[in-house]
Design a protein around this ligand. Structure first.
Ligand code: SAM
Ligand code: SF4
Ligand code: F3S
Length: 467
């Protein structure tokens, strides 16, 4: 039996897709090369922006055509799905389609009635049902799948392992969000914060080490508000680092995502200073540069608080990179407020920024706030902040040319445009900067010392330091 996954949204979704695939592999399933030939296709969805959801509606249209071909319906268009047509002709069973993730959770009851082509929906709290669905497909006579009832008991189950192979892995450590930023759907679709017991986290690290993983990213919607009994986030990071060292683990780098500025404590900065296994990269979404807008967003820090944290990080960890998320066009944002965001971007000199214009999300307070910003103004402001950040990024990256850095070699590049003596190896630094360099395939999965020689777009070029 074979599966095919399409994953949208954040790293938590990537981790949960990996965990679901792990469940299927343990049952003997294998990955199909395309949805057209798979027995089971899973779309793991995101609801954070309307644009994310419209993409998924587009995919459902494509799957409607695919399912018609696989079920040999009279109206099917086999020429649009040639591989599926061959599979159907060989007598393969129809394709089963599962929609999981945040959009499935948001629209649980209506999604399946609006789109009867969906066979099952898996909301946030019942992703473990993928095993039940697989069992029913393996032996349809013996197993039936009960429809997902509205969740009465919202107990989030952390998967035991979220890894699909490769040198890096995500490790979810906390889930949900108690912050209720006024623009954000996440607290509705992911529920309240829960922290994973440290023993289960360390057990997952041991599994990953046995698989040769070299880098982990511990994940949470607000990762730095982790709390289990008396254990706080800095304490957990220290526990993880001590465990990796004592067990002689293959894991040499530890990252974490996503930190909330209001919980970014001085103790966390101290832990980062003390612990060399922790990567010097901090993703700290600011969202906006105006305290007035930050207050309306319910972010619970001011512009000055954020710049203070950034200064503390830069002062204590001069080699750290700081990345962010920026949201323009929040209701009530004047041109003056927006200028404050541009000004903050100039001051903070982020190494990377994910920038969005505000999308109203039904059921969130900001959606019904007065003074919604017109779409064309939001788009123009977004372009301005993107242009500014791109210029800053190039200036910051140019400063690193000539430096010697440690790179985790991740894969052989398949891009023929690299014009390097082959093979070209892709990797990244502890600061999360992309690097490409000529080297032997044997360096993949290893930490390599690289001399940075130049830049192509946002990727450094380098060569292996032979010294
Ligand atoms: N928990 C993280 C934090 O507090 O920074 C962010 C998680 S959220 C899933 C990722 C990003 O999506 C946010 O940082 C924000 O910039 C963006 N986002 C959230 N709601 C949005 C909305 N309604 N419209 C546009 N972007 C949004
Ligand atoms: Fe959304 Fe705010 Fe929670 Fe982040 S902290 S997930 S932006 S509500
Ligand atoms: Fe999207 Fe859900 Fe993540 S809404 S950003 S996939 S938590």
């Amino acid at each position: 039996m074979t599966y095919f996954f399409e994953t949208y949204g954040c790293q938590m979704n990537v981790a949960e897709s990996a965990a679901a695939q792990e469940t299927l592999r343990q049952r003997g399933w294998t990955a199909a090369s395309s949805a057209e030939t798979a027995d089971l296709a899973v779309i793991n969805t995101c609801s954070v922006r309307a644009t994310a959801e419209s993409r998924i509606y587009g995919r459902l249209g494509w799957y409607a055509g695919l399912k018609a071909v696989r079920s040999r319906k009279p109206a099917a268009k086999p020429s649009s799905y040639p591989q599926a047509a061959r599979r159907a002709q060989s007598g393969a069973p129809p394709l089963t389609l599962v929609v999981m993730g945040c959009m499935a959770e948001r629209l649980l009851s209506s999604l399946q009635s609006d789109f009867p082509l969906i066979d099952h929906t898996l909301g946030t709290w019942r992703k473990d049902r993928i095993g039940e669905i697989a069992a029913a497909l393996e032996t349809p006579v013996c197993h039936t799948v009960t429809a997902q009832a509205a969740d009465t008991e919202r107990v989030y189950q952390f998967p035991a392992v979220s890894h699909t192979g490769g040198v890096s892995a995500f490790v979810p450590i906390m889930h949900g969000c108690d912050n209720f930023c006024t623009y954000c759907i996440v607290p509705q679709v992911r529920g309240r914060e829960v922290s994973r017991p440290p023993g289960a986290i360390l057990a997952e690290l041991d599994v990953l080490a046995r698989r040769g993983v070299r880098e982990i990213t511990v994940l949470g919607q607000n990762v730095n508000s982790y709390r289990h009994g008396g254990l706080t986030f800095p304490g957990l990071l220290e526990k993880i680092a001590a465990h990796l060292r004592q067990s002689g683990s293959s894991i040499g780098w530890v990252r974490f995502l996503t930190s909330h500025p209001k919980d970014f404590s001085p103790a966390l900065v101290d832990t980062l200073c003390r612990e060399p296994l922790l990567c010097r990269h901090i993703h700290l979404p600011v969202q906006h540069g105006s305290t007035k807008i930050l207050t309306a967003m319910n972010r619970r820090y001011s512009r000055e608080d954020y710049l203070g944290i950034a200064a503390r990080i830069r002062g204590s960890l001069p080699d750290a990179s700081l990345s962010t998320d920026i949201l323009v066009g929040f209701p009530g944002e004047t041109d003056g407020d927006f200028q404050e965001t541009l000004d903050l971007v100039r001051q903070a000199r982020f190494s990377e920024a994910y920038m969005y214009y505000y999308n109203p999300r039904a059921g969130t307070p900001a959606a019904s706030m007065p003074e919604q910003v017109p779409l064309e103004v939001k788009k123009a402001r977004l372009q301005m902040v993107i242009d500014l950040q791109m210029g800053i990024l190039r200036e910051e990256m140019a400063k690193h040319i000539g430096a010697e850095v440690t790179v985790l070699a991740e894969e052989v590049s398949q891009n023929r445009k690299n014009k390097m003596e082959s093979p070209a190896i892709r990797g990244k630094t502890a600061q999360n900067q992309r690097v490409i360099f000529p080297g032997s395939e044997s360096v993949v999965n290893n930490f390599v010392k690289i001399h940075l020689t130049g830049l192509t777009g946002n990727t450094f070029r380098g060569k292996v330091n032979e010294r």
